[in-house]
Design a protein around this ligand. Structure first.
Ligand SMILES: *Cc1c(COP(=O)(O)O)cnc(C)c1O
Length: 367
């Protein structure tokens, strides 16, 4: 069986470096917000090209702290509307609701599968104050158009970069640096994955950086001074050890993912299968390789019977979740159709080209 993702194999490649790192960590005696966290923050902000990086407990908390931070700064207020793509992972929307803001779901563009900027424009109301763009599956959203829309309407552009570590425009701007503030997740399956929960915020907004830096640590400004009602959302020191090691391999691994994606593109020959959009290849880091087919469930079983595990990201859209029953009557036909058609093929750094050939041949032969 070709597994969708084998985390044990993926992490085994770094075993020696992890062992070394853990030994140093153990001997350091410093286990919360120590040197490893601050070194990772310096390295990751340099990597993204931003003025600041603030490590957090996970991606959802990173997003939530950005929204809460802008509320403290008076740029957002409870009840404000935030546009967000309807086909994203639910965490994007949870961050908006749990900050007492109102998520407004916008349909994606059916080629890029990212937010449709024209539809976003049509969804604007006087209460719209921000847009949460998502680089879904690892592909940057339409940066130029989304920035222009936000600028023209005085909206804060926030970035969910949880799937796009390292995605880069031709002008060199990277995921994490194409908005006012970005949230990353280092959940173990992501392109830059820790060995547990971890996340980060990157931003060039000095005021926001100061606020979220306190918010993640009880709202503290110093040991016994608390400026805000904060949280405990710190990046774990041990996760920073692992992340610093893995960050060094991120560009090479993303390049490998792109090569695999191009091989799939070259080999899959089946008119019924819709392949991912491949323009601006540096802007895509293929967190997932997502194809579409009108008989998706039959295709999934066929692949499984032939020894290939695939997954569906995501089987049930947000507006059909019980948690969001208030959104259930929204007409979102593109999102509904995508959720019935999308299928993620195995694509990870442990996969080899003969496995990709096998999968591609099976897809070519599917009728
Ligand atoms: C993984 C993910 C998140 C949440 O990150 P966690 O670290 O699991 O909290 C948010 N948004 C998107 C698009 C994701 O893929």
């Amino acid at each position: 069986m070709i597994k969708f993702l084998d985390l044990k194999r993926i992490n085994a490649r770094y075993k020696n470096e992890y062992d070394e790192g853990f030994k140093k960590f153990l001997n350091s005696g410093s286990y919360i917000l120590g040197n490893e966290v601050s070194k990772f923050e310096s390295e990751f902000k340099l990597y993204c090209g931003t003025g600041h990086c603030i490590g957090t407990s996970n991606g959802l908390d990173a997003l939530r702290l950005i929204f809460e931070g802008y509320k403290i700064l008076g740029k957002l207020n409870a009840g404000d509307e935030v546009l967000v793509p309807a086909n994203t992972y639910i965490a994007s929307v949870l961050a908006i609701s749990s900050s007492n803001l109102r998520p407004v779901l916008v349909e994606p563009d059916s080629n890029s599968l990212n937010i449709d900027v024209n539809r976003a424009k049509m969804a604007l109301t006087p209460k719209t104050k921000a847009i949460l763009g998502v680089h879904l599956y690892g592909k940057l959203y339409n940066v130029n158009d989304l920035e222009a829309l936000c600028e023209a309407n005085d909206l804060i552009l926030i970035e969910d970069a949880a799937q796009a570590h390292g995605a880069c425009m031709v002008n060199g701007r990277k995921a994490g640096n194409v908005s006012r503030a970005a949230a990353f997740s280092f959940y173990p399956t992501k392109n830059l994955g820790a060995m547990g929960d971890a996340g980060a915020i990157t931003t060039n907004d000095d005021a926001l950086a100061q606020v979220v830096n306190k918010l993640r640590n009880y709202g503290r400004s110093s040991s016994y001074e608390n400026d805000f009602i904060g949280y405990n959302c710190r990046l774990d020191e041990l996760q920073a050890v692992f992340l610093r090691i893995k960050l060094r391999y991120l560009d090479a691994e993303n390049e490998k993912r792109r090569t695999m994606a191009q091989l799939y593109m070259k080999l899959i020959d089946n008119e019924e299968i819709i392949l991912p959009e491949m323009d601006h290849i540096s802007e895509h880091v293929f967190h997932l390789f997502v194809i579409r087919h009108k008989n998706r469930d039959r295709l999934k079983s066929y692949l499984f019977e032939n020894g290939v595990e695939t997954l569906i990201y995501y089987p049930k859209p947000i507006h059909h979740q019980k948690a969001y029953a208030d959104l259930k009557d929204l007409p979102l036909p593109i999102t509904d159709r995508l959720h019935n058609e999308v299928l993620s093929l195995p694509l990870n750094v442990c996969l080899n080209s003969s496995e990709i050939e096998k999968i591609a041949n099976l897809l070519t032969d599917f009728r």
